[in-house]
Structure formats: C-alpha cells, structure tokens
Ligand binder design. Structure first.
Ligand code: SF4
Ligand code: SF4
Ligand code: FES
Length: 224
C-alpha cells in the first residue's frame, strides 16, 4: 500500500530535519530522537512548562508559544526555551491586614515598568503590559480579571528589561483580592459539608460498586 504521509523540513534546535507533517514541536522533537523531558508537563497547553521561541517561514519576527500546542510547519525554525529565573516574593498574606496595600513592598520593581510592551508575548493572549499598567495604577480588579488564563509559563518575565515577573505580581493581586472579598457562602457551606463527612456514606456506597453499577449511576446522573 502506498504510504501517504507527507514530510516537511523544519529547523529544530538548530538542526534541519525532515519530519512527518502535523506534529507539534514536542512531538517532532521526540520523533527525531531528542530525549526531551525537561519542559514537558501536561501536553495540553495548561501547565506552561514547554515554552518555545520560533520564526515562521518567510518571517523575520521571533515569536513565542508552547511546544505542545505549536504545530511544526514547513520552514519553521524553533528552539525550546530554557527555564527562566523569575523572582517570587516570600510573604505570609494571612498575617497582612490589607495585602493590596503591601504590593509595592513585595514587588517594588513593578513601579519601574515603563509600559514598553515587551512582555506581550503571552501564549494565552493576555495583554500582560496592560495588566501591569492596571496593577501600577492600583486598579487591581481590572488587573486580576484580565489574567485569569495565566498558566505561569514565565515567557512575559523572560522579556522584561526591568526584571519584573508579571505572573507573580498578578498572582499576588489575585490572592490579595480573594482575601479582601467576603468568603463565598456556597464555598463555606460545601467546606462545612466536607469537614462533617456529610458525603461519607454516599462515597462508601460508590466505592463498593462494580463497573456496571457505576456506568448505570453515571448514565442516570448525566440525565439529571
Ligand atoms: S501572563 Fe506571562 S506567565 Fe502568564 S501565561 Fe502569559 S506569558 Fe505566561
Ligand atoms: S516588559 Fe516589563 S517594563 Fe515592559 S511593559 Fe512589561 S512589565 Fe513593563
Ligand atoms: S506541556 Fe504543559 S503546556 Fe505544554
């Protein structure tokens, strides 16, 4: 039978190489015998471990992305990014009366941000420079609401000329806001149920079920 696999030429980690079409960068590296383990996590675009830098055919612009999501196309020139050092402040937020007021004490470099936009390389399409501007200006709700998709890949920090780690600044703001908001009543109710083992009898019943009973239970729940 005729093999219909199409092949393309890409430059992987500085080596021109022929690979089957349709592979992601990580798959292409594995396909060509690279024993890549560092920088591989979920393979689903969620953990942010597999950052890559690349230039597409015909372009002069270096772009950034995730190796497990970026599909290798003809002429792609790509490398895996090294793990980049970012400073994460040490703090005990539970001991702070108003953690948002202490943001500057923990991340003073935030206020050296010059709005250059170099951090706008986010694989989750977050406008990182915009988030940092809101943070500097004290509009914390605006900053937090725009960064919920952050996967902590650190690409933004790797570009910043002022050594700001936007992902950690944003995380601080999200944590601080969560502490300053009233505790969600539904969550409080559910935690109390868990602590009082309210579901223990039901879990024991489910744990004792066989495959057929479990399938029937799932089917019944899907119909709810
Ligand atoms: S905000 Fe920064 S750390 Fe978060 S996903 Fe975007 S580039 Fe990665
Ligand atoms: S790269 Fe750094 S200095 Fe430039 S906008 Fe982003 S956080 Fe600010
Ligand atoms: S391996 Fe987790 S985002 Fe790529």
């Amino acid at each position: 039978m005729k093999n219909s696999t199409k092949f393309i030429i890409v430059e992987l980690e500085g080596r021109k190489i022929r690979i089957p079409q349709g592979l992601t960068v990580i798959e292409a590296l594995w396909d060509t015998g690279y024993d890549v383990k560092r920088g591989i996590g979920c393979l689903s675009g969620l953990c942010g471990a597999c950052t890559v830098a690349f230039i597409e055919k015909g372009s002069t612009k270096v772009k950034f992305g995730l190796g497990c999501q970026k599909v290798a196309e003809e002429g792609l020139n790509v490398i895996m990014m090294p793990c980049f050092p970012s400073r994460a402040a040490r703090y005990a937020m539970e001991a702070m009366a108003h953690p948002l007021e202490e943001l500057g004490a923990h991340y003073p470099e935030l206020y050296t941000c010059n709005d250059c936009g170099a951090c706008n390389v986010c694989p989750e399409w977050i406008n990182v420079a915009g988030v940092m501007k809101f943070a500097k200006d004290g509009d914390y709700e605006a900053a937090a609401s725009r960064v919920t998709d952050c996967i902590m890949c650190g690409l933004c920090a790797s570009r910043c000329p002022r050594s700001i780690a936007p992902q950690y600044v944003a995380l601080y703001i999200q944590r601080a806001l969560a502490r300053e908001r009233p505790f969600p009543p539904n969550l409080a109710k559910r935690l109390a149920q868990v602590e009082s083992l309210a579901y223990e009898t039901e879990w024991s019943r489910i744990a004792a079920m066989g495959d057929d009973e479990l399938k029937a239970l799932c089917a019944a729940m899907e119909g709810l």
